[in-house]
Design a protein around this ligand. Structure first.
Ligand code: ADP
Ligand code: ASP
Ligand code: MG
Length: 413
């Protein structure tokens, strides 16, 4: 029997009416001949509320305890969903991450899934249950509860779809698909019908909060098509899937903005082999995730090194750099929190030229100063002042016609 995994985000289970709607959707999929696994997030803004409750008592709460607390939001939703299904006359059972052995590493607040025991889920599916799994949470080797990072229920869903060899993985959310950019920031953004794993991975890691980046990584690794769609309608959403040749014809598929960033710079470190390795090994040991790294030689003896990281990791990153700075003979460090990163993404960049020129030209016309630039094969990112981030995003979206469907944009093949 085919297996369908359906994930419901916070707004899609925010109240009793929405929980019933999600339950009915699962029953429909069951009636169509699927075994159904639901994955649910905490209701509405509950995770934010739990974070605020914690901070009120302790501005720097221990991460283990934070995971204990935050995981309760999802546990409430799954039991309520099971009750709703029961009231509709359907067999249903809810599970926490621990109960299905969603085993992760021990990195509290940003744990990575190592394995899932699918047996218990299969056993319940085979006896006609709809199985409901709490998203966002796992358990480590010491039986401590972990969480996968904000927005991590998407990753729970795609990882489960891979472990169960599911036929579909649907992500039900409050938008009807992936747009060229966040429609809340650029209202003219248009919906994308299909996007490649690589493009979505870049968009997610560069700030498109609609999908958790690790979820897309799982999708790519296990070749799981992910269908992102609205929980309010039956309209087709966006398929995140393998790259097809036509995608190369689209110059820029989307743009993102990342505000949750900080930049740390090490001025004038010794320009000799092993120094960058020392710095980044120390950051890795402190469990700091690093985004873009720029190193520039300023003389044969000296170099400047800078990198960006999530604001949440800034305190740990700064501490780690202060510990290591003497070892690399660094003269001074600087920290910038008032920055944002604006990026354009598209697999078409591999085979087209002129993208950088258009992007920098648009920013210049909008009088946005560029602090630094990083690129990959399929993206260009500029760090700008946070106050200019919105202006920069609009300028870039207008320049690449991201308010029009792909076939109507300029410079397309
Ligand atoms: P859920 O609670 O269902 O997981 P999220 O809030 O995590 O929902 O993600 C949905 C939101 O992501 C949308 O409301 C939208 O504002 C935002 N978003 C950011 N970038 C994009 C994009 N490129 N396309 C669609 N939505 C986006
Ligand atoms: N409830 C968690 C969050 O708000 C996980 C999720 O929604 O995916 O981040
Ligand atoms: Mg989300």
């Amino acid at each position: 029997m085919p297996i369908a995994v359906q994930k419901f985000g916070g707004t899609s289970v925010a109240n009793a009416e929405k929980i019933k709607r999600a339950a009915r959707r699962a029953i429909n999929a069951f009636k169509q001949g699927n075994q159904v696994v639901m994955v649910a997030s905490a209701r509405g803004k509950q995770t934010d509320q739990l974070v605020a409750d914690a901070i009120e008592l302790n501005p720097n709460p221990p991460k283990r305890e934070m995971d204990m607390l935050l995981s309760t939001g999802e546990q409430q939703t799954v039991s309520l969903l099971a009750m709703a299904l029961d009231a509709m006359g359907h067999k249903a059972i809810s599970f926490t991450g621990t109960q299905i052995r969603m085993v992760t590493d021990g990195a509290h607040s940003k744990a990575r899934i190592k394995s899932i025991d699918a047996d218990r889920i299969h056993e319940k599916l085979d006896t006609g249950h709809i199985v409901i799994v709490a998203g966002f949470q796992g358990v480590d080797d010491h039986d401590d509860i972990t969480t996968l990072g904000r927005g991590g229920s998407d990753t729970s869903a795609v990882a489960l779809a891979a472990a169960l060899k599911a036929d579909v993985c649907e992500i039900y959310t409050d938008v009807d698909g992936i747009y060229t950019t966040d429609p809340r920031l650029y209202t003219q953004a248009v919906k994308i019908d299909r996007i490649s794993f690589d493009e979505m991975l870049e968009m997610a890691s560069l700030g498109a909060g609609v999908m958790h980046g690790r979820a897309v990584e799982f999708g790519k690794k296990y070749d799981i098509n992910i269908h992102v769609r609205s929980s309010l309608t039956d309209a087709q959403g966006t398929l995140i899937t393998k790259e097809v040749p036509q995608m190369e014809g689209i110059l820029v598929s989307g743009a993102t903005i990342q505000k949750d960033l900080a930049k740390i710079g090490l001025n004038s470190i010794d320009n000799k082999p092993g120094n960058a390795a020392k710095v980044f090994a120390h950051l890795a040991q402190a469990q700091v995730s690093v985004n873009d790294i720029i190193q520039v030689e300023v003389s044969p003896e000296k170099a400047n090194l800078s990198f960006t990281t999530a604001k949440a990791d800034l305190a740990e990153a700064k501490k780690a750099i202060e510990e290591i700075m003497q070892q690399v003979n660094c003269e001074s460090i600087f920290v910038r929190e008032d920055i944002a990163e604006v990026s354009v993404i598209g697999v078409g960049m591999r085979s087209h030229h002129g993208v950088a020129e258009t992007m920098f030209g648009a920013l210049s016309k909008a009088k946005v100063n560029i602090d630094s630039i990083t690129t990959s094969e399929i993206r260009i990112s500029c760090i700008v002042d946070i106050d200019q981030a919105q202006t920069a995003l609009v300028a870039v979206c207008d320049a690449f016609d991201l308010d029009k469907p792909a076939e109507k944009r300029k410079n397309q093949n």
